[in-house]
Design a protein around this ligand. Structure first.
Ligand SMILES: *Cc1c(COP(=O)(O)O)cnc(C)c1O
Length: 467
């Protein structure tokens, strides 16, 4: 037959770039059952059993699906204590993608932070970043230093539309260095994407700008690289000159401006556990390895089994696959678009791994001290078995002196596990959120009846306030 005269078929549909070969059933419950389950859990979704959740958007950390190649790698792994070939595979992947000379594997991201900040930070030091993630901040403070957030102003306003709301304010960075002196700044960090700021990306120009300032003042520059691949995709689709570059080339360029990185492989490592510290300095690497042996394990496995290192070595490349990234970022904006069309206020534009609902605007009749974001999140569970997480006054409101102060924002974060859910799951999700929104006048506040002194959102018990 002649090569056809058909014109190529064009579609706007972005399909899941995988087919499903192993399935995990999810359990349907009735609203009546969920009312009982939520009450038993002290109205705290963290205390629900996962089997009682239909669509679990609590976090994208370590919750994703692994590929057949990753599972095959796990069978093939080398569990030798020292010099395991799985370590060398991971080392070669990390060196290829980041260009950094030394790999220090750890059991997850915060273990890399612990080793790094214990080694470099001292009492009274200042460590600037766009926004430090909470574990990063905790480790910096644990070392007696101060974690300082210098994100651009647009990054603090939920409704402002800026393509790179995760960017660092370079002027503020310069001012900070002038004010405190470069001797008191052991490292400058940047988080890509900016998790605490809504998964918002950082531009290549900004990364380069930070790097130039760091070099000028002779300060090391490290990237918190947890979502480096998602950030590379935003650079490809939003920044001039990068449209024709492959995500891996963009990632390589991002890392080329830095001296090292901390990484949680539970995010763009596409694994269920794992992490690493990677860096260029021989001296710093050897200091960090001393601590690694003390807290994590021998340097060729750190905190990971050989099979974890195999999964991460493959996962880092899979996270950079353009078909995967197109689907990944579109899954998030797809939900964002549906909600925006329905008039529901969300953090704009949608970021890389989550949709953030603005509960302060959705529920103006519930004061922050009665936890509007908590209330809306619970409504999503009651109506549709969906579990998100409150990022508001329950999480941040309790002051060290025991008093209560409203958080800056009242958000419900719906974080998407990687490669887990399909478009129909997201369609259902949108229906549930829209239904909760339409019934918002019926929602009331909550009060805390029992709570621990620190990190209360994990285990507090609450009750609805009767009005
Ligand atoms: C998750 C995360 C971490 C910490 O990693 P863990 O693997 O959870 O210990 C650090 N920084 C950012 C930006 C993260 O998202």
């Amino acid at each position: 037959m002649e090569n056809s005269s058909l014109s190529p078929f064009k579609t706007d549909t972005i399909i899941e770039p995988f087919r499903i070969r192993s399935v995990e059933p999810i359990r349907f419950t009735t609203m009546e059952e969920r009312e009982k389950l939520l009450k038993e859990a002290g109205y705290n979704p963290f205390l629900l059993k996962a089997k009682d959740v239909l669509i679990d958007l609590l976090t994208d950390s370590g919750t994703g699906a692994m590929s057949s190649k990753q599972w095959a790698g796990m069978i093939e792994s080398d569990e030798s204590y020292a010099g395991s070939s799985s370590f060398y595979k991971l080392e070669s992947a990390v060196q290829d993608i980041t260009g950094f000379k030394h790999l220090i594997p750890t059991h997850q991201g915060r273990a890399a932070e612990n080793i790094f900040f214990t080694t470099i930070a001292n009492e009274g030091d200042i460590i600037p970043s766009n926004t430090h993630f909470d574990t990063t901040r905790a480790h910096i403070e644990h070392a007696g230093a101060e974690a300082r957030d210098l994100v651009i102003n647009e990054g603090k306003q939920p409704q402002s539309d800026h393509p790179f709301k995760g960017n660092m304010d370079l002027e503020k960075l310069e001012e900070t260095i002038q004010a405190v002196g470069s001797d008191n700044i052991p490292v400058i960090m940047i988080t890509v994407t900016n998790n605490s700021g809504g998964g918002q990306p950082v531009s290549m120009a900004n990364i380069k700008g930070v790097s130039e300032i760091a070099q000028k003042h002779d300060i090391p520059f490290f990237i918190d690289a947890c979502r480096f691949a998602e950030n590379a995709w935003f650079i490809k689709t939003r920044e001039e000159d990068f449209t024709d570059k492959k995500p891996i080339e963009i990632a390589q360029e991002m890392f080329s401006y830095a001296d090292g990185c901390t990484m949680s492989a539970k995010k763009d490592g596409m694994a269920n556990i794992g992490g690493f510290l990677a860096l260029n300095s021989d001296e710093l690497a050897s200091e960090c390895r001393n601590l690694e042996i003390l807290t994590e394990g021998f340097p060729t496995y750190g905190g990971m089994a050989g099979y974890d290192m195999e999964a991460v070595a493959r996962g880092l490349y899979e996270a950079l696959d353009p078909d995967y990234l197109r689907y990944r970022i579109r899954s998030i904006s797809y939900l964002g678009d549906k909600l925006t069309d329905a008039g529901i206020p969300i953090v704009q534009p949608t970021g890389g791994h989550a949709v953030y609902l603005d509960a302060k605007q959705i529920l103006p009749h519930i004061p922050p001290t009665e936890y509007p974001a908590w209330s809306f999140n619970n409504a999503l569970y009651l109506l549709g078995g969906i579990r998100g997480v409150e990022i508001g006054t329950v999480m941040f409101g309790k002051q060290p002196d025991g008093s209560e102060k409203p958080a800056a924002m009242e958000l419900v974060r719906l974080a998407f596990p990687r490669r887990m859910y399909t478009q129909s799951h997201v369609d259902y999700l949108a229906e549930v959120i829209i239904s909760a929104y339409k019934q918002r006048q019926k929602l009331g506040g909550y009060k805390i009846v029992e709570s621990p002194d620190v990190l209360r959102h994990f285990s507090a018990r609450l009750e609805p306030i009767d009005k």
